[in-house]
Write a protein that binds this ligand. Structure first.
Ligand code: OGA
Ligand code: MN
Length: 229
């Protein structure tokens, strides 16, 4: 057992450096990174334990749009979400890990990531999220999206894949249009530039658990701190 496995929830930023470096390089080269089974196993297990024991009432139908533009739209997405706070051991450990990734990417790529927001998501049988982008140029300040999956033993018949589409500019020049398919397996991490990559979640054929999070820039005006959501 290596050190990273022994103390995956610790604060030592060097524990995850090879993973973070891989993600940073991928972002520079391609704008996205897919790391199968990469989240430390006991962090992933802790998160799965937590999410499967959350009272059903903590999950709310997910909407689209922010603040006053927020609407529930059954044609676009049918999953349920629960925003993550540091009030639980699992939530705290996840936010800590995301903070280490944020610091690493800021140092390595000068991204100026300022805050992080994330939610658990539950797709019940048949749930989906149609093709969308997480941010639009000039409208939002989500810079980088991160998704991790919490599903042990996901198989091809279970559906629920994440499909990532190449950015608009690249699309016309690639014959098979370069779609990327990600199986939502336990511990798999996906990171991508929020404004660049349209993506969708195909209908899940069994319960599908994930976390979706966004690193944001600071858009505070004067002393009015921009709330994350
Ligand atoms: C999202 C999202 C992808 C997934 O919540 O915005 O695109 O695979 N999630 O769960
Ligand atoms: Mn999305």
């Amino acid at each position: 057992m290596n050190i990273a496995q022994a103390t995956p929830l610790g604060d030592d930023p060097t524990l995850f450096e090879s993973l973070f470096e891989l993600i940073a390089n991928d972002i520079v080269e391609k704008g996205y990174s897919i790391c199968p089974y990469a989240l430390p196993e006991n962090l992933t297990s802790l998160l799965l334990q937590h999410i499967t024991h959350l009272p059903e009432g903590n999950f709310k139908r997910a909407g689209i749009g922010r603040a006053k533009d927020h609407v529930i739209n059954d044609f676009i997405r049918t999953d349920e979400i629960c925003w993550i706070t540091g009030n639980s051991e699992a939530g705290g450990a996840w936010i800590n890990w995301a903070g280490l990734l944020q610091n690493y990417l800021n140092k390595r790529l000068f991204l100026g990531l300022f805050s992080f927001e994330s939610h658990f998501s539950h797709y019940a049988k048949g749930d989906f999220y149609k093709k969308h982008k997480d941010a639009f140029k000039g409208e939002d300040n989500r810079v980088l999206s991160v998704v991790v999956y919490l599903n042990p033993n996901w198989s091809a018949e279970d559906g629920g894949e994440l499909i990532i589409y190449p950015p608009q500019a690249a699309q016309s020049s690639i014959i098979d249009n370069g779609k990327i398919t990600v199986t939502p397996n336990f511990g798999t991490i996906v990171v991508f530039l929020s404004e660049e990559f349209p993506h969708e979640v195909l209908p899940a054929l069994r319960d599908r658990y994930a976390i979706a999070g966004w690193f944001r820039l600071n858009t505070s005006i004067a002393n009015n701190i921009d709330p994350p959501r």
